[in-house]
Write a protein that binds this ligand. Structure first.
Ligand SMILES: [Fe+2]
Ligand SMILES: [Fe+2]
Length: 164
């Protein structure tokens, strides 16, 4: 009876797993290039996507299904910050679109609780989109200077030594 919901939730888990991998990869590379703020944004978002996996998995188990932990895609090995943000923005836009659709599908299947899970995810993905979009706009507006400022900030933090 809840097979469709279980299938949709597992699809969401696949997308979220890919997002965790991709954002962690971006986090490592931003850190390596001393882009402190972006590196922090990517890991923070990855952790939130992990929370999404948990919400979906809990619902799958409640419905008596099995959690399929298969990432939807391989990590794309992008090192250019602008390209990272472009892909991330696209991923968030696609997720919000899918989850809106799947919320409606769940509703049509008389599964309001799964609909609510997807609706909650839409709110978060729209916020993620907005955060990535803001960074993209700043880079486009201020160019290399914006990224240079992040590097300087990174050096400043390191030079001040451990905080504790
Ligand atoms: Fe997510
Ligand atoms: Fe997201």
């Amino acid at each position: 009876m809840h097979e469709k919901s279980i299938e949709l939730l597992n699809k969401a888990i696949s997308d979220e797993l890919y997002a965790v991998h991709q954002y962690m990869y971006f986090h490592f590379h931003c850190e390596d290039q001393d882009y402190e703020f972006l590196s922090g944004l990517f890991i923070k978002t990855a952790i939130e996507e992990m929370g999404h996996i948990e919400l979906c998995a809990e619902r799958v188990l409640f419905l008596g299904g099995e959690v399929e932990m298969i990432a939807a895609m391989e990590v794309q090995k992008i090192h250019d910050v602008k390209e990272m943000l472009k892909l991330s923005r696209q991923m968030e836009e696609d997720s919000a679109k899918d989850y809106n659709k799947w919320a409606n599908e769940s509703s049509a299947n008389s599964d309001a609780a799964t609909r609510k899970v997807f609706e909650g995810l839409v709110d978060d993905e729209e916020r993620h989109f907005d955060q990535y979009d803001t960074e993209m706009v700043n880079i486009e507006k201020f160019g290399e200077r914006y990224l240079a400022l992040q590097s300087i900030e990174g050096s400043r933090i390191r030079a001040s030594g451990p905080t504790e």
